[in-house]
Design a protein around this ligand. Structure first.
Ligand code: COD
Length: 300
């Protein structure tokens, strides 16, 4: 199975129960608009936690009808984040979504030792792009949570991402581990990790996917480019998942795809007790809607 567009996710969600989504620090116009659209489309049932007056002001200004939606009033940002995370860890809802709060603040609450959403696994971020010049969706990890993953972290990030793609219906997703070059260079750590991950996959230490690397970005997404360099690879030109060497490379690729290539994107955090919709403040309303769709489609 291969998904070609983010709207293909609707077909997956159609067969699943409606999930309860908590919007943490809900007084954000783009987030409210996306959540309400997803609610009307029967994807989720929302709960808003945040400043009630702020939420009502936005809704009356933009004409949003929120009658029937529960609002938990908590004007303090830290308090609203804590109440939201606790609602998820208390199993009263299914999906957490970041509203008008910084990424690091929300993630620190998610990682809280007593009332957070840890599982014992590494948590990681995944972004799924619909790019006009590529023949299918392409996922990129980790562009927003793990800053400088070591080999052990990269194994966990691949495992999180592969389990996620398997849940979306991909039986053997193709994983490209990126480097600046496609040869192992002992001075470039990313190429050493890539070679190890590929060998671990060959030896079935990492399963349910096909890993190849190091691949430079052009070889990962273009078969012509790979052929030109004489690279024989099952992954080259047909990648489903790009593993980034670190957050800077990942974040720059993310922003380049959105701002230069007008790609559509959906993103979330994997590996926690529940799916977490974590879009950045500059993401569009459509990206927020698609991220809710992604979280619902990949729910267990
Ligand atoms: N998965 C599971 N546990 C983790 C993870 C993870 N990815 N990261 C940290 N932990 C655990 C550690 O094991 C430790 O027990 C505790 O959390 C604190 O660890 P620190 O001190 O390394 O981490 P923090 O709390 O200072 O920061 C964690 C963040 C996720 C907030 C941090 O890594 C971060 O700021 N990431 C980048 C977020 C960001 O700004 N993204 C924006 C890009 S758009």
């Amino acid at each position: 199975m291969v998904l070609r567009s983010l709207s293909d996710l609707k077909g997956i969600v159609a067969g699943k129960p409606v999930r309860k989504l908590v919007l943490a620090v809900a007084q954000d116009q783009n987030c409210l608009s996306a959540v309400l659209r997803a609610w009307k489309d029967g994807i989720i049932e929302p709960i808003f936690i945040g400043d009630r007056d702020g939420i009502h002001t936005i809704c009356s200004e933009f004409g949003y009808d929120i009658s029937g939606i529960s609002i938990i009033h908590e004007p303090d940002i830290d308090g609203a984040v804590e109440k939201s995370v606790k609602m998820l860890s208390g199993k009263q809802a299914d999906i957490l979504m970041k509203g008008k709060v910084g990424t690091a603040k929300l993630l620190k609450a998610v990682l809280h030792r007593e009332w957070g959403l840890r599982t014992g696994n590494l948590l990681s971020h995944i972004a799924v792009f619909e790019v006009g010049t590529y023949h299918k969706l392409i996922a990129v990890t980790d562009v927003a949570m793990n800053i400088a993953p070591n080999l052990k972290d990269k194994i966990a990030i691949v495992n999180n991402s592969v389990a996620f793609l398997n849940r979306l219906g991909y039986e053997m997703p193709k994983v490209a581990v990126l480097g600046a070059v496609e040869m192992v260079n002992e001075n470039m750590e990313a190429t050493l990790d890539a070679a190890l991950l590929s060998k671990m996959n060959q030896r079935e230490q990492i399963r349910n996917c096909i890993i190849d690397g190091p691949l430079a970005f052009d070889n990962a997404v273009s078969i012509e480019s790979a052929k030109h360099k004489g690279i024989r690879s099952e992954v080259a030109g047909d990648t489903d998942l790009l593993l980034m060497p670190d957050i800077e490379v990942g974040n720059v690729l993310y922003k380049s795809l959105v701002f230069f290539a007008q790609a559509k994107v959906a993103s979330m955090i994997l590996g926690a007790q529940v799916p977490i919709v974590l879009t950045s403040r500059s993401d569009s309303e459509q990206a927020k809607y698609d991220s809710i769709l992604l979280a619902a489609a990949s729910s267990k």
